[in-house]
Structure formats: C-alpha cells, structure tokens
Design a protein around this ligand. Structure first.
Ligand SMILES: [Zn+2]
Length: 138
C-alpha cells in the first residue's frame, strides 16, 4: 500500500461508519471478529493502488478505504455495502494477525506462504459476504 500518510486520511463520518457496520452485520463473520472494534479511514493515496480496502500490521486497529465511492465528499449508503466484502477480507487478516501474533503473521505474509496460509480464509469470507449481501461476485 504505497504512500499511506495518516495526515491525509479522514475517519468515516458516523453516518458512513454506521452504514458500513450495518452491511457487515448481515455477513457471516469469523468467530470473535468485531467490526465495530475497528477504525475506518478514507485514504486518498489508495486510489492509486487498485484496492478498495487495506489493512496493515502497522495499523492493527484500522482499515483504510479508497474513496472510490465518494460523490462531492458524500458516500451513498449503498456504496458502502458494495465495499463491505473487501473490508471483511481485510478484517479477516486483522483477526489472523491477532491470532498468530506479529512474528508468525509476518512470516506467513511472505508471498508463497501468504497465498497458501492467509489468503484462502480471507477470500472465503469475502465470497460469503458477497452472497450474504446479494452482490455480484468480484
Ligand atoms: Zn488478502
């Protein structure tokens, strides 16, 4: 995730956060995962990276969102539902990090291990969320 600068990021408004959490509440979640325990921030730098959502070990309690769906600084609530599966994918990684601990998580993030050990669970929940929300599969 190149160039995330916390100073450029903006916390979701209460209305947007509520719309996102409400979409996530309709999704099957891994046991113990609480989306409301996280902070969600718009990160303009993410517009260049092609991801709708990103979580990073450096910010274990935050998920950064690309402001793709903003229209004049406002986000239609249904747009937050469309990115909820990508957000859940990232929350699963956050859960893996707290389960495994920093050292084991970083080891598992090495490219081949990541594809075998971390991504399948995150993708499974992302797909389930698409189904739970009635969205077309990405
Ligand atoms: Zn992933």
């Amino acid at each position: 995730m190149p160039g995330i600068n916390e100073d450029d990021c903006q916390f979701l408004s209460l209305r947007d956060r509520t719309a996102l959490l409400s979409a996530l509440s309709l999704c099957r979640l891994p046991a113990g995962l609480e989306p409301a325990a996280f902070m969600y921030r718009w990160a303009p730098a993410m517009l260049d990276c092609g991801y709708a959502a990103k979580w990073r070990p450096a910010y274990p309690d935050s998920v950064f969102l690309a402001p793709l769906c903003m229209v004049r600084g406002q986000v239609p609530p249904y747009m937050l539902a469309t990115i909820a599966p990508a957000v859940l994918h990232e929350l699963v990684h956050a859960g893996q990090y707290s389960r495994l601990g920093p050292a084991a998580y970083l080891l598992c993030s090495l490219p081949l291990l990541n594809a075998a050990l971390l991504e399948p669970e995150a993708r499974r929940y992302e797909k389930l969320a698409e189904r739970d929300l009635g969205l077309p599969s990405a």
